[in-house]
Design a protein around this ligand. Structure first.
Ligand SMILES: [Ca+2]
Ligand SMILES: [Ca+2]
Length: 351
């Protein structure tokens, strides 16, 4: 009996097996080619539904590092031109984007403007840019609304807020009353050239005691004397500033003493132009007790290196010479004393 039952079960199992195999065969033969057909029957030029352009980003690229966007115009009588950059994506291809326009709302009317294609990033993404001017407009919060339309008539919009202000001018003074050797440095004592063609000479740093002589204007000076014919007594100063942006003006003032027996007294003030790679002369005085002043208000970034350093050089006007008398040679040294030097940085701080 048990043997018979086993035989029947085996028979049933083999029937199930054949049924499953048949089903697999049907799927393989009938359904799989249908799936393939579905896949291959889509023509290459099938119409894909139009999708509206989407905004990836809006920005004012030359904005300050402060949070949010600030447009600062210290002279409202003149236009401050602002560049707006927008990155757009259209899944139908970036060339489906037909026009991109911007409106600005805020305390004063600002003319609407059109953004133009700047560059493409890939098949669907492109960068657009546009410009607008701010001048006598009222200070306050403004909103730029950008609308992007495509050729199929679909559109989308995005907004960017910015603060417009005339700013507040603040002045910060850098001198050797603190931070000597930390964010400002002084070097001594002589230079062969007038001025040198590199900004790293002279290169012997002042000692703490020598720094103490130049921390205030009190007629206590640190004096350097040349020891080689053809050399000018010189002091070089490097200031690291914390306001690399929105600087309106830099004023340099130096008080000291420059002397050369049988030569020109006084001294000359130079500032290093990083872009040009050379010193520019900004003042000269031929009095023994001299005061030198200079002001930089154009292309200020040319005078600040990538680390935020400004290099100033003061050289005595005459090089050391040798005078020969009938019994011996006499060295006529060049003397330079620094009493005090300061750098005033005028910069715009948002209201
Ligand atoms: Ca589209
Ligand atoms: Ca002094």
């Amino acid at each position: 009996m048990r043997k018979k039952m086993n035989k029947m079960n085996k028979k049933i199992d083999s029937r199930r097996y054949f049924a499953i195999m048949a089903a697999v065969l049907i799927i393989a033969v009938v359904i799989a080619p249908t799936l393939t057909a579905i896949e291959t029957e889509i023509p290459a030029n099938a119409s894909v539904p139009n999708i509206a352009p989407s905004f990836i980003s809006l920005s004012i690229p030359d904005d300050s590092a402060d949070p949010g966007y600030q447009v600062i115009n210290p002279d409202p009588e003149r236009n401050r031109t602002v560049r707006l950059e927008v990155v757009l994506c259209d899944m139908n291809g970036h060339d489906d984007i037909s026009n991109v326009n911007a409106n600005i709302t805020g305390p004063s009317h600002v003319d609407p403007f059109t953004l133009k294609l700047n560059r493409t990033l890939n098949v669907s993404t492109a960068v657009y840019e546009g410009y607008f001017n701010m001048s006598h407009h009222k200070q306050g919060e403004y909103t730029i609304t950008v609308r992007a339309c495509d050729k199929g008539g679909m559109s989308s919009q995005a907004e960017l807020n910015f603060t417009y202000s005339y700013g507040e001018v603040e002045v910060v003074r850098y001198d050797f009353s603190d931070g000597a050797g930390e964010d400002k440095w002084a070097y001594r004592y002589q230079c062969a050239e007038f001025p040198p063609n590199t900004n790293d000479v002279p290169s012997i740093e002042f000692t703490p005691r020598q720094y103490s002589f130049i921390k205030s204007r009190n007629y206590i000076m640190y004096v350097s004397v040349t020891d080689k014919t053809g050399y000018h007594a010189a002091h070089r100063f490097v200031f690291n500033i914390r306001q690399p942006e929105n600087i309106l003006m830099m004023n340099i003032s130096w008080w000291g003493f420059g002397f050369k027996f049988l030569g020109e007294d006084g001294a000359t003030l130079f500032i290093w132009n990083c872009t040009a790679g050379r010193y520019e002369r900004i003042d000269r005085d031929n009095s023994i007790f001299a005061m030198l002043k200079g002001s930089i208000s154009d292309d200020i970034s040319n005078y600040i290196d990538e680390c935020g350093n400004i290099t100033i050089l003061v050289e005595q006007n005459s090089p050391q010479t040798t005078a020969t008398s009938f019994w011996r040679s006499i060295q006529l040294h060049s003397f330079l004393g620094t009493d005090y030097i300061c750098l005033d940085v005028h910069y715009l701080s948002p209201c």
